[in-house]
Design a protein around this ligand. Structure first.
Ligand code: NAD
Length: 518
């Protein structure tokens, strides 16, 4: 088989990044049927192979993390924060190399890959501050001579299972917080993006060593769903934080619950934006194109449904179509490219099937949906196969079955509405509940959308698209998105256990609620 002509340049980029990150390739690479192929969606070609962990390997990592936890929980939280500060410094120093790995493995365009690396740095800064703010409460006791308080303690080993489309940012959200909270971590990254995981794991181990701490505080296990499953039943894993499809969450949640473990679920989204009659259409246009076509439609927060008022739909949609026609699709490493490849053949087939179903349900494809012309140097049907598609806009007659499902590809369904209540009902008519937006200059409409009977999603934006959240807020969604919250605000509480303590400093023993047991 002949190799794709750009494969050697991708290998060179990989070698440079691995050298800069000081990754000991001998420790990670492996051959044989059980090894894990590292492929790049840019060409579909294989870059190298890594050793994978079996159930025994995962159990050994959990045991090591559990032993490390017994000491780590005693380290004062600000001293734990010092490790995360050092991690942030290393991430900053190696930002470009990490972004190169994200592009190679996940296919993100360079600016988005750099943004993902920046997100790790940002959450480290947040967590360092948090390490001095793990506040509890003092509560007024009803009994004389009694003190009532609430404190937060480390939870244990946190199992982090992550998805391919945010190969490192989601790990950082979980890990930076878990570490300052006094937990140790076992990370099972997506089998599609193991190299970025090896790189981040290496940097964190370095940060632990540089600060005189036990490197076993963080463990990495590589493999497919089987490696993730090995974390579900182990009672030493106090919390399983799982990011991925709703299908995966359906398997994870009941198994962890069966042993009364905790799970934090960040699952699929099917996000909508409402465009009201008063909207600034120039702003809406820009917000919609980035949210719907950016990352080739492979964000959990990707805009998948556009609900436009009937008075502006005929003006907005042709402008969107024309913007889509100008999108440059191709090698994500090339300047000016805005849409990179889909992750693999399965993603392409999923998109083709959804478009077929949409047309069957009365939809009309206005633009896109084609396998894109071969980007320069990337043979579309060459060895390994890469999948570049033109983002699609489909005008739908209403809310149909295909509109209710998440297809992890760039398809934007357009629906028209007459009354705001109808638009809100459409926004909420799907099983997922992650992100939502309204474009409006009418404060009544904006506030109605954000109110208790407005959007039912975990994220609701005004005059911003559905994607691109900041780390300072709590991130997550309702319904089939799983209900978890990660990153900012008080998400840290998911990584700790709460203890309510009552101290009697009197010589009496009064009982609560006036009970007399003398
Ligand atoms: P996926 O569900 O195929 O895989 C995610 C991870 O789960 C992988 O590491 C995989 O190995 C593991 N896994 C799969 N089955 C498992 C099982 N039975 N037990 C334990 N682990 C298992 O998802 P993907 O294709 O990598 O990512 C895309 C999906 O993730 C989309 O649905 C997207 O919306 C969602 N996502 C959600 C968020 C969020 O914050 N809500 C963020 C990113 C991605």
């Amino acid at each position: 088989m002949t190799e794709n002509p750009i494969q050697p340049s991708l290998r060179r980029l990989l070698a440079e990044a691995l050298a800069e990150l000081r990754i000991d390739q001998g420790a990670w690479t492996g051959e044989g049927p059980d090894s894990l192929a590292v492929r790049t969606p840019i060409t579909g070609g294989e870059l190298l192979r890594l050793k994978a962990d079996d159930g025994q390997g995962v159990a050994a990592s959990v045991a090591a993390a559990h032993t490390a936890f017994l000491a780590w929980r005693e380290v004062p939280a600000p001293a734990r924060g010092a490790v995360v500060r050092r991690l942030g410094e290393l991430l900053r120093e190696h930002k470009t190399a990490l972004a190169a790995l994200v592009t190679l493995e996940a296919g993100k365009i360079t600016t988005e890959a750099l943004g993902e690396a920046q997100e790790m740095i940002d959450v480290c800064e947040f967590a360092v501050g948090l390490s001095r703010q793990l506040y509890g409460k003092t509560i007024a006791s009803e009994r004389p001579g009694h003190a009532l308080r609430e404190t937060w303690h480390p939870l244990g080993v946190v199992g982090v299972i992550s998805a391919f489309n945010f190969p490192v940012a989601v790990w950082a959200w979980n890990t930076a917080l878990a570490l300052v909270c006094g937990d140790t971590v076992v990370w099972k990254p997506s089998e599609l993006t193991p190299l970025t995981a090896v790189a981040c794991h290496g940097l964190l181990r370095r940060a632990l060593e540089d600060t005189g701490n036990d490197p076993n505080t963080h463990q990495l296990v590589l493999g497919g769903p089987g490696a993730g499953e090995a974390l579900l039943d182990d009672p030493r894993v106090a919390l399983v934080s799982a990011t991925g499809s709703t299908r995966m969450g359906r398997e994870v949640a009941p198994r962890v619950a069966a042993r009364f473990g905790r799970s934090l679920l960040e699952l699929g989204g099917n996000n909508a934006a409402v465009v009201a009659p008063s909207a600034d259409l120039d702003l809406a246009l820009r917000g919609v194109v980035f949210a719907a076509a950016g990352t080739a439609g492979q964000r959990c927060t990707t805009l998948r449904r556009l609900i436009v008022h009937e008075s502006v739909v005929e003006e907005l949609v042709p402008r969107l179509v024309s913007a889509y026609q100008g999108l440059r699709i191709g090698n994500p490493l090339s300047e000016g490219v805005l849409v990179g490849p889909l992750i693999h053949r399965g993603a392409y087939e999923g998109m083709a099937k959804a478009l077929e179903q949409a047309q069957h349900e009365g939809g009309k494809v206005l633009v896109g949906g084609e396998r894109a012309p071969t980007p320069p140097g990337c043979a579309a049907d060459g060895p390994g196969e890469s999948y570049y598609v033109s983002p699609a806009i489909v005008r739908m007659p209403g809310h149909t079955a295909v509109v209710a499902q998440e297809t992890f590809a760039p398809i934007l369904y357009v629906l028209a509405y007459a009354e705001l209540d109808e638009a809100i009902a459409l926004n909420n008519a799907v099983p997922q509940g992650l992100s939502s937006a309204i474009f409006t200059n009418d404060v009544r409409e904006a506030e109605r959308f954000l109110s208790a009977s407005g959007s039912d999603c975990g994220i609701a934006n005004v005059n911003i698209g559905t994607s691109g959240a900041e780390i300072g807020g709590a991130f997550g969604g309702e319904k089939e998105t799983g209900g978890g919250r990660e990153s900012g605000s008080d998400s840290w509480k998911a990584y700790m256990r709460r203890c309510t303590a009552t101290v009697n400093y009197s010589a009496e023993l009064p009982l609560a609620q006036g009970v007399d047991f003398s």
